[in-house]
Design a protein around this ligand. Structure first.
Ligand code: DX5
Ligand code: ZN
Length: 218
């Protein structure tokens, strides 16, 4: 079983000073930051791009860049994100593009490859890909915006993925993203999740160190 890992989402950080928000993560001794990339097409919002990752690296950020591409054509951008400093690149299964070829390209670029599912997408949509990914991202809100309510009906999807992982002796991580807080993270952990993306509940936590410790104890 993988350790529980907290991946704070910079989407909920200070967009006028993302490097400072990233330093707050580093200061807590956390290894990882989640970076949400939106194209205004696959999701109805815009965020940042590869140049933002590159600028964070230039500013000295050494965190593991867990990069979540909410893009209709992620295949066009994986090289740019790898070049900019992404450590893991997660692409969605829903849009029409060469998903398998893109996962292969990410691994060719020596980055970890992840596949993401929207709330309406069943676990079966990625079943055939499980041996080719380092991570499966289960969206627990409709992607596009931070600050939405967690959808508990996603728990059986996490359980189904965890069961396949066990039965097939695979080692991919299961990441949850959207509306995660210290309480629902417990249910997600019990269902089989091991990476917890947290935007609002992390950056607005009165005591971030205590929040991080609670996730680490899961
Ligand atoms: C939503 C993004 C999430 C978002 C989570 O589309 O994928 O990573 O930052 O934010 P919270 O934790 O506020 O739901
Ligand atoms: Zn995300």
């Amino acid at each position: 079983m993988h350790d529980a890992l907290l991946a704070p989402s910079l989407l909920a950080g200070d967009h006028a000073n993302l490097a400072a928000s990233a330093r707050e993560i580093t200061a807590l001794g956390l290894p990882c930051v989640h970076l949400d990339i939106m194209d205004g097409h696959f999701v109805p919002n815009l965020s940042f791009g590869p140049e933002t990752l590159a600028a964070l690296r230039r500013a000295g950020c050494r965190l593991f860049f867990d990069t979540h591409l909410m893009l209709s054509e992620p295949n066009r951008y994986v090289d740019a994100f790898a070049q900019a400093g992404a450590d893991r690149i997660t692409i969605h299964i829903e849009p029409a593009y060469d998903q398998i070829g893109t996962l292969l390209r990410i691994r060719q670029l020596k980055r970890q490859a992840g596949i993401a599912l929207n709330p309406a997408t069943p676990a079966a949509a990625v079943e055939a890909l499980l041996a080719q990914v380092d991570l499966v991202l289960v969206m627990t809100v409709q992607p596009g915006f931070g600050g939405q309510a967690f959808r508990p009906e996603m728990l059986p999807k996490i359980e189904a993925l965890a069961a396949w992982r066990r039965e097939r002796n695979l080692h991919f991580r299961i990441e949850v993203d959207g509306g995660i807080d210290a309480e629902n993270a417990v249910s997600c952990r019990a269902a089989g999740a091991d990476v917890f993306v947290v935007g609002t509940s992390f950056f607005r936590a009165p005591d971030r160190a205590a929040f991080a410790a609670a996730i680490a104890r899961l």
